[in-house]
Design a protein around this ligand. Sequence first.
Ligand code: SF4
Ligand code: SF4
Length: 198
Amino acid sequence: MILGGGILKGMAVTARNFVGSYFVKERMVTIQYPEERAPLPENYRNFPFLVHDGEDQHAGLRCVACQICEKECPPQCIYIVKSKDKKPDYIGKPQFYPAIFDIDISVCMSCQICVEVCPFEAIKMDKVFELSQQERFDALLMKKDELAKSNTYYHQIHPTEAASVDAKLAEAAAAKKKPATPPAAPPAAAAGAASTPA
Ligand code: SF4
Ligand code: SF4
């Protein structure tokens, strides 16, 4: 074995990549950010947002202020105050809603646990990452109005996941609307026997 063979092999790989980066398109990885942007993979995630159906972010907000995400968030960066009144949810059932819903994104660690524990498909992970601010505290505290984004937006950033959530919600709504099955009638012979006088 040649002394320093590993070093020569390593230098050959470096040289191949260096020269290739000038001629092979896939290797030209430098882009002129912020004028150019590399597309983000569908599963990329950053901070959470609240999904609303339709155009009205208050009427369509899916969150029912159950506070499960607030309890489960590991760094405790969600703060919710439940409403006193109720509004109809996506199947018309009256539900509470968050009067206040804040997330401190300076503390959020993008773990997605809030998304996984939410039983109402109401909170999802966003892809926005250019959120730096000069002020450390209030500027990084995202309020309900900033967090609320439409289901259309959700489809734009996570199309596969959003389509499967829509299908699941439509199925749940259809099951709730289906009339309850009436109890089975007794068999004719048994009914006849029961009506025969002793
Ligand atoms: S992503 Fe994790 S840290 Fe951020 S709000 Fe959700 S549960 Fe909390
Ligand atoms: S986002 Fe989901 S888990 Fe959190 S309070 Fe709203 S409905 Fe409950």
